[in-house]
Ligand binder design. Structure first.
Ligand SMILES: Nc1nc2c(c(CN[C@H]3C=C[C@H](O)[C@@H]3O)cn2[C@@H]2O[C@H](COP(=O)(O)O)[C@@H](O)[C@H]2O)c(=O)[nH]1
Length: 371
């Protein structure tokens, strides 16, 4: 480098100091979309169908408009918290710290389920119901302050029994991965105590209004959010960061892009690679599996976390939703959609289909803390 060329790093620092905020080329990236495209380009057991993806984009967009899908749809769900305050921030953090692996091998009547407000809740909603129920039960003299980071880092109070009480089931089956959930909560309590004064708003502030930066901070500071995996011969791990991303998305949706939910680069958040959206993408014909993988999924075979099959299904799903988003925007450049809202719509639609007994194929079964 010749003497008169300043160091780009130094320039960026000076620019940041002078401007007080990052400029375009300083904006962080999560790397999730790049990794998903790489996985999809190198998949042989999962593939996308372009014609079906284009057709699905039109149908999805039409239904999203009919249902007026927007960030405020999030708060319409009966169990989601309604107040727009720091308590709800803590609720969403805990919810997305534990938003994983609810599926059961038991028959519907015997699976883990939570009774709340005179209804039986399963799956993701059993998690939300459990937290709401704990908050209803907590008062100065009793109950478990399950959304309080001070409680999380207190090993004498935040015990396996306390968590078992929060997630008590109406059946003999307890919530899957209970011990792993305790480890996630305790780690979060420790990190928040050591780095963020036990304050989740301080954690959010560390991202300086960037959704991608907040996802990266979560993956950097909390192993429980570090959803990244080695795929085939690729040197860099592929990053799916599903729960880190859905935490940012839930904040954005709940607070409708204001206050704790204000992120200037929210559209950098991708689809959340779980076990429900791949299921509906297959049902729509957008994604399909090789005969062996298809047979394994239909047979309910356990597919190992971090295996090539699993990473192909997750990576192709993320990339498929990105292609759906691009097709919607191509058809309507003014469309107010991003990968988050398309994802929320697909998840909710899959749950409606499940309730109506219209699942064309089962979801894949991987047991992990990542989704
Ligand atoms: N990709 C994606 N995955 C999602 C959600 C949600 C719930 N989000 C709410 C917020 C806004 C939306 O409108 C939803 O109402 C849960 N999951 C994942 O699904 C699995 C649970 O499935 P089941 O056991 O059948 O309930 C598990 O991996 C869980 O992490 C989502 O939105 N997108």
């Amino acid at each position: 480098m010749s003497d008169d060329e300043a160091d780009p790093e130094l320039l960026a620092l000076l620019r940041q100091a002078l401007m007080g905020k990052p400029t375009q080329d300083d904006e962080p990236e999560t790397g999730v979309l790049e990794g998903a495209e790489y996985v999809c380009d190198n998949s042989i057991d999962a593939a996308l169908d372009m014609r079906s993806t284009k057709n699905a984009a039109a149908a999805i967009y039409e239904q999203m408009q009919q249902k007026n899908y927007s960030p405020s749809t999030w708060s319409d769900h009966e169990l989601h918290p309604k107040t727009k305050d720091e308590g709800t921030v803590a609720f969403i953090f805990l919810m997305d710290l534990l938003n994983f692996s609810f599926w059961s091998e038991k028959p519907e009547s015997e699976r883990f389920a939570v009774s709340y407000r005179d209804r039986r809740w399963t799956g993701y909603w059993s998690l939300v119901a459990s937290i709401q129920r704990a908050l209803d039960e907590v008062n100065p003299s009793q109950g478990i302050p399950i959304t309080d980071p001070h409680f999380w880092q207190n090993e004498d109070e935040c015990t396996l029994d306390a968590l078992r009480q929060v997630f008590r089931s109406t059946s003999d089956e307890e919530i899957p991965l209970l011990e792993e959930r305790l480890a996630c909560v305790r780690e979060a309590g420790q990190v928040l105590y050591e780095k963020y004064q036990c304050s989740i708003p301080n954690l959010i502030s560390a991202a300086n209004g960037s959704a991608a930066a907040l996802v990266n901070v979560l993956a950097r500071d909390f192993s429980a959010f570090r959803d990244e995996h080695k795929f085939e011969g690729r040197r860099k791990p592929v990053r799916f960061l599903k729960r880190a991303q859905i935490f940012v998305a839930d904040l954005w949706a709940c607070f409708e892009g204001e206050g704790y939910g204000a992120f200037r680069d929210i559209d950098k958040i991708t689809m959340f690679a779980d076990y429900r959206v791949p299921q509906i993408l297959c049902g729509l014909g957008c994604m399909s599996y090789s005969p062996k993988l298809d047979a394994a999924v239909r047979a309910g075979q356990l597919i190992e976390s971090g295996s090539s099959w699993e990473l192909q299904m997750r990576g192709c799903s993320i990339w498929c939703v990105e292609l759906i988003r691009r097709e919607i925007v191509r058809q309507d450049p003014d469309a107010k959609v991003n990968a988050i809202l398309i994802d929320f719509f697909l998840y909710d639609t899959m749950k409606e289909m499940e309730a109506a007994g219209k699942e064309s194929m089962p979801h894949h079964r991987t047991r992990s803390i990542w989704y």
